[in-house]
Design a protein around this ligand. Structure first.
Ligand SMILES: C[S@@+](CC[C@H](N)C(=O)[O-])C[C@H]1O[C@@H](n2cnc3c(N)ncnc32)[C@H](O)[C@@H]1O
Length: 226
């Protein structure tokens, strides 16, 4: 499969274009920090694995930062973003128009537990969502992803591991600051791997080294071919 490698300069330029499209200063600052946390290496890895064309489902897309990034970085991608928080989607819709992406990105306000995952997709990205939902919902989602993903499709999960505990404690504090009510459940790499493997995926793990104390892990999952 051929993949376009984005230069660091191009990644920086796209990040800036997206950040500056948010009118609200608080959201703009959040986006700036979010893009710092999701550092160059992580974005390069995501881009490397995502198909250049087809439909990408961005589950728990928040303000749509990565939906925009993936749409701007490859013109033949269509994106579907699903997010429970209506205010976040309202902000995302304004930015979508500003960036001229109305025809290429659909946003849906929905709890993933009610969202009808029906349409077949080429790729699914789940960026820092699984630790915010109940284990039951997380597993249920993985089952549904297996159903809607094309045979040669890719599921990319970016999450935080439960180890080392000090790094996890740091993330826990930040997560609680962002959303103090929601459940928080971090998994070890072994737990996450067995979840996806039990659901018929082959998985490759990328541990992301970071100067910030984040225990980032990328799980690159493809359907197991029997
Ligand atoms: C840590 S943020 C990550 C946002 C985005 N994926 C990113 O990487 O910037 C997690 C997002 O998941 C959303 N979320 C949490 N539970 C959800 C659910 N049950 N259904 C849909 N979205 C949910 C939150 O509202 C939040 O915007």
């Amino acid at each position: 499969m051929h993949h376009n490698r984005l230069t660091e300069q191009k990644i920086r330029q796209l990040k800036l274009e997206i950040i500056s499209a948010y009118e609200n200063l608080v959201i703009r600052s959040y986006s700036y920090i979010r893009f710092l946390i999701m550092n160059m290496r992580i974005i390069e890895e995501l881009e490397q694995y995502l198909p250049q064309r087809g439909t990408v489902l961005d589950v728990g897309c928040g303000f749509g930062l990565f939906s925009f990034f993936f749409a701007l970085s490859a013109k033949d991608r269509k994106i579907i973003g699903v997010e429970i928080n209506a205010n976040r989607i309202a902000a995302a819709e304004k930015v979508r128009e500003k960036l001229g992406l109305d025809g290429r990105i659909e946003f849906h306000v929905s709890d993933v537990s009610n969202y009808p995952f029906e349409q077949p997709v080429n790729a699914i990205v789940v960026l820092d969502l699984l630790h915010h939902v109940s284990p039951k919902l997380a597993l249920n989602m993985l089952d549904q992803f297996q159903q809607i993903l094309h045979e040669d499709g890719i599921l990319i999960i970016k999450d935080i591991t439960a180890k080392p505990w000090l790094k996890m404690a740091f993330t826990w504090v930040l997560d609680k600051l962002m959303d103090f009510r929601g459940p928080l459940r971090y998994y070890t790499k072994e737990e996450m791997v067995s979840f996806v493997e039990e659901r018929g995926f082959d998985v490759k793990i990328h541990r992301m080294i970071d100067i910030l104390p984040y225990p980032h892990v990328l799980y690159i999952c493809r359907k197991t071919t029997l």
